[in-house]
Design a protein around this ligand. Structure first.
Ligand code: MTE
Ligand code: MO
Length: 555
């Protein structure tokens, strides 16, 4: 179990647990127009032309099955499976969101440019305010695992259950396409759109259209809502999810531009979550209002009658879903390591085969450099680092040891003579923010050529002068395979100047196909080893050990 001692309590259950949502006036106006606009039009139509007349479609004449109808077992099972996984994704997604409770339409994430924030705090200008300081608490009742800064565990749930969500979707769509059921979702005549609008006009004026029996056909608006959920929202959730992967974004920056950039993808991912929640609320309300028992029999048992079997079994299903949230909560706090390993078992092999093979290839220019770059982590408090800092790191020696032919101690000048290169890249923090900066330094490839690792060396460990969240030494590891990728750098400069103290002076790592926590700042020494399992708790780094982060975060 995670010991909820004072240190953990301070991080996960802080005193300040206020929850506020602030939305920019422009975004508010947009929502207002988007929601109120159609409603006003509907009222206007009612006032001028009266309520539209909707002739009941042939399908709605209950009991006359003129086309595909009913709910075969695969529709009913994928409906339940989808409900189960979607809720897990929403709950874990909310925990992830609160780790950087601001959403933007620009990749710089400059404080004050967010269109929505879920924190009462403005970023203070007179002191260093790290992204970790900015993380907010969320109740475990609405999220998994909830509390504050539990992004590692939340990601484990998100990335395990996403397989269920995607497989359910694939199963359902294959079912649709190999039967005639697709005709129930996909409009086959343009008249559907007119009918859908007229149905909306009725709802907006607080009238119910003559509801068809869903066993045989849906009303036009309902059909379009289902269509959009299955064929727009779900794919968009998946595509924007992928557009947040550092490995993918830094290899195919143009893919992410489709969604307005890395933060556009994150904002859209969130809007899809809101879309799903709105859909669920309206869907459940209308199911209840239009003959609850009959509707429940449709989707649970596949029968069309008024008995209560479907409703009772449906409630059992809902109880199972609620129970899964409670179980997930306890797994999160009693077996976090097991959960982390389960996620690793299903994700790591996939990463190795796919995203981890991509080579970063970014084309940013100095014009793209972010005006503000969120700092993260704890500044070193060690006296030796402070003394070195005071002296401009004149006496600094980077120790490179372990399984190498040529162990060395390199001054900053020595490092520079190995050959310098510059890259302008986009940084992705696990918390959700991004930023573009120019990093100059020695490529890891050059260092590796210089120290000549032995054949038994597979992994490079980077040890920091700085401490971790819970006060141990900060360290992390990379496979040699990964640090040989382009743009993998021991950075000495940022945006053309020597690394500022808060950004990792004198030397920090850059690896552009992974998340920020892998890029150790304030590097004291480097060690080549056979496996990360030999170090710390054996998970690959201090965040992996203490916070259940991934060993290989290509996503
Ligand atoms: N030594 C050390 N390195 C660290 C951290 C830290 O806390 N300590 N934080 C990491 C995280 S989570 C991120 S996102 C980046 C942040 O780099 P930046 O401060 O330049 O934005 O540094 C990484 N390197
Ligand atoms: Mo981070």
């Amino acid at each position: 179990m995670i010991a909820f001692d004072a240190a953990h309590q301070a991080v996960h259950y802080p005193e300040d647990r206020r929850f506020r949502i602030w939305v920019s006036p422009r975004a508010l106006l947009f929502v207002f127009v988007l929601v109120l606009g159609p409603v006003l039009l509907a009222w206007l139509q009612h006032a001028i032309f009266g309520l539209p007349h909707l002739s009941p479609s042939s399908a709605s004449a209950a009991g006359t099955p003129s086309g595909p109808h009913g709910f075969p077992f695969w529709v009913r099972w994928s409906h339940f499976s989808n409900l189960f996984f979607l809720f897990m994704l929403i709950r874990s997604g909310l925990s992830i969101l609160m780790d950087h409770p601001r959403l933007y339409w620009n990749d710089h994430c400059t404080p004050g440019t967010e269109w929505i924030r879920f924190t009462p705090l403005k970023v203070p200008k007179n002191r260093i305010w790290t992204a970790k300081d900015d993380a907010r608490y969320i109740s475990p009742i609405v999220s998994t695992p909830g509390y504050r800064h539990t992004v590692g565990i939340a990601r484990s749930w998100h990335f395990i259950t996403v397989y269920g969500f995607v497989l359910t979707g694939a199963f359902f769509v294959i079912g649709l396409l190999t039967s005639t059921q697709w005709e129930r979702l996909v409009p086959t005549s343009p008249g559907v759109f007119v009918q859908a609008w007229n149905t909306f006009v009725l709802y907006a004026n607080f009238h119910f259209p003559l509801e068809p029996n869903g066993f045989y056909g849906y009303n036009a608006l309902q059909q379009l809502a289902y269509l959009a959920t299955v064929f727009v929202m779900a794919p968009l959730a998946i595509l924007t999810g992928m557009a947040m992967s550092p490995a993918l974004v830094n290899r195919f920056p143009r893919y992410t531009k489709i969604f307005g950039g890395r933060q556009g993808a994150r904002s859209t991912h969130f809007l899809v979550l809101i879309g799903f929640i709105c859909f669920i609320v309206i869907h459940v309300t209308l199911i209840a209002l239009t003959g609850f028992e009959r509707n429940m029999n449709h989707i649970v048992l596949g029968t069309d009658d008024l008995r209560s079997g479907g409703m009772i079994l449906g409630f059992v299903g809902i109880a199972v879903v609620l129970l899964s949230w409670i179980v997930a909560h306890y797994i999160s706090w009693f077996f976090p390591r097991g959960l982390q390993h389960a996620q690793k078992a299903v994700t790591h092999p996939v990463m190795l085969l796919t995203l981890d093979r991509l080579h970063p290839r970014e084309h940013y220019t100095t014009k793209d450099i972010s005006p503000h770059f969120w700092p993260n982590g704890k500044m070193p408090v060690r006296e030796d680092w402070k003394r070195l800092m005071a002296d401009n790191f004149k006496d600094y020696r980077l120790k490179v040891t372990g399984l190498v032919e040529n162990p060395v101690e390199l001054s900053l000048d020595d490092l520079r003579t190995l050959g310098l290169e510059d890259n302008i890249t986009m940084h992705h923090c696990i918390q959700g923010w991004s930023g573009i900066a120019q990093w100059g330094g020695v490529s890891m490839r050059k260092l590796i050529e210089h120290v000549k690792p032995l054949p038994s060396a597979n992994v490079v460990a980077f040890y920091s002068f700085g401490g971790s969240l819970y006060g141990d030494l900060y360290y992390d590891t990379q496979t040699i395979f990964n640090v040989l990728k382009p743009e993998s750098l021991l950075a000495l400069t940022m945006n053309g100047s020597p690394l500022p103290a808060e950004y990792g002076a004198p030397v920090r790592l850059r690896v552009e196909n992974q998340l920020g926590y892998k890029m150790v700042k304030w590097i004291e020494r480097i060690e080549f080893v056979t496996s990360e399992k030999l170090l710390g708790e054996g998970e690959g780094g201090i965040n992996e050990d203490d916070e259940y982060f991934d060993l290989l975060p290509n996503i």
